[in-house]
Write a protein that binds this ligand. Structure first.
Ligand code: NAD
Length: 362
């Protein structure tokens, strides 16, 4: 039976990357019924919002979406569609597998790390008090009263909430992912030595959840130590589970280990729905130029296939992408030895090459 999937082309380079990705997903032989939905800067005039309600309805109904990048307009008062999607659909896990493929330009080999970043809490909860406001003054006074500690009155304040509920579900997701994908270890990342009641709670809760999974190894690392170890010995790490802020930073660090934005896939996942998308943005200056690398979105499509239970097709797509990368012929400018290499191909030619590999392996 065909999988019904919400298909959001996005804006900027989104539509060309999405089209290339749709073609290779269909090239695996898996059947899809695409429910195409418009969102992003280009639809604001038509709907008055970059995230029209039918988009959310469609994802809720289908349970799965694949999405091209969407621009966050600066200074228009519109919130980021990407953040809104995560909130509205309660997509609490940002999944970011970071794996090196032979032929990708990177200093590292044998990296295969999967990041499970909590998406809602921590310093990203959006509870902030602007310096100089009456609210900030009140908070500073109250904190003085409750803790006896002095905060300078010209301070801005950001609150860092981390809950047992939020931690339990992200850590459970990490363990369930590890079990499903045959991974050996989960590492919880924190700074519990300094922030005892937020990161400390994250760590204590992670330890508790780990006991439910005796077959998967569990360890923890302080985030600064982890950063150092990841650049020194990345092969020692497997699945990482992190609160929001550390997850954000370590995701980019790991994307750097494996060759950068052009090959960094992702998914935002909740209990009911999942939205798969590349890590990179809409690269507006390249819009319509058939130039940028579709691999990150194609790898996101591979994650979606696994999520849909189409493991064999996902493995074939991964192999096809790996072969195109290692041959180094039909790849975009960012994967060539120099950025102005005249042999670089365009977005749609990468899709053609991947489809050819898929056909050869069928
Ligand atoms: P960006 O990722 O769009 O682009 C930064 C640079 O990275 C590009 O100029 C390009 O040189 C390179 N790059 C990005 N994707 C590439 C690809 N597939 N192939 C080759 N090179 C690539 O980041 P930005 O310029 O900071 O953001 C542009 C817009 O995208 C902003 O409005 C931002 O809010 C939005 N954004 C959206 C998402 C999302 O939809 N999930 C994620 C990040 C940023």
């Amino acid at each position: 039976m065909a999988h019904r999937v919400t298909f959001i082309p996005g804006d900027g380079v989104g539509p060309e990357l999405s089209e290339a990705t749709r073609r290779v997903l269909e090239g695996t032989g898996v059947e899809f019924e695409w429910d195409e939905q418009e969102a992003g800067a280009d639809v604001m005039d038509k709907y008055g919002t970059p995230l029209p309600e039918p988009v959310l309805e469609s994802i809720r109904k289908n349970g799965v979406a694949i999405k091209g990048p969407i621009t966050t307009p600066v200074g228009t008062g519109f919130r980021s569609v990407n953040v809104a999607l995560r909130k509205e659909l309660d997509l609490y896990c940002c999944l970011r597998p970071c794996k090196t493929y032979p032929g990708v330009r990177t200093r590292y080999e044998n990296v295969d790390v999967v990041i499970c970043r909590e998406n809602h809490e921590d310093l990203y909860a959006g509870v902030e008090f602007e310096q100089g406001t009456a609210e900030a003054k009140e908070v500073i006074e109250k904190i003085g009263e409750l803790t006896g500690k002095t905060i300078r009155e010209d301070s801005g304040i950001s609150i860092k909430p981390i809950s047992i509920t939020g931690t339990k579900r992200i850590v459970r997701y990490a363990f369930e992912y590890a079990k499903r994908e045959g991974r050996r270890k989960v590492t919880a990342v924190h700074k519990a030595n300094i922030m005892k009641f937020s990161d400390g709670l994250f760590l204590a809760t992670a330890r508790e959840v780990a006991e439910e999974y005796p077959d998967v190894e569990f360890e923890d690392r302080i985030v600064d130590n982890l950063a150092m170890q990841l650049v020194a010995r990345p092969e020692e790490y497997d699945v990482l589970v992190l609160p929001n802020l550390y997850g954000d930073i370590i995701s980019d660090l790991c994307a750097g280990l494996v060759g950068g934005l052009g090959v960094a896939p992702g998914g935002n996942i909740g209990d009911e729905t999942a939205v798969f998308e590349a890590t990179h943005g809409s690269a507006p200056k390249y819009t319509g130029k058939n130039k940028v690398n579709p691999m990150a979105m194609m790898f996101s499509g591979m994650l979606m296939l696994r999520h849909l239970g189409e493991r064999e097709a996902a493995d074939r797509l991964e192999r096809a992408l790996g072969e195109v990368i290692s041959e180094g012929k039909n790849v975009t400018y960012d994967m060539k030895p120099t950025r102005d290499d005249p042999s670089a191909v365009g977005t749609s030619q990468v899709a053609d090459a991947v489809i050819e590999k898929l056909q050869a392996s069928a």
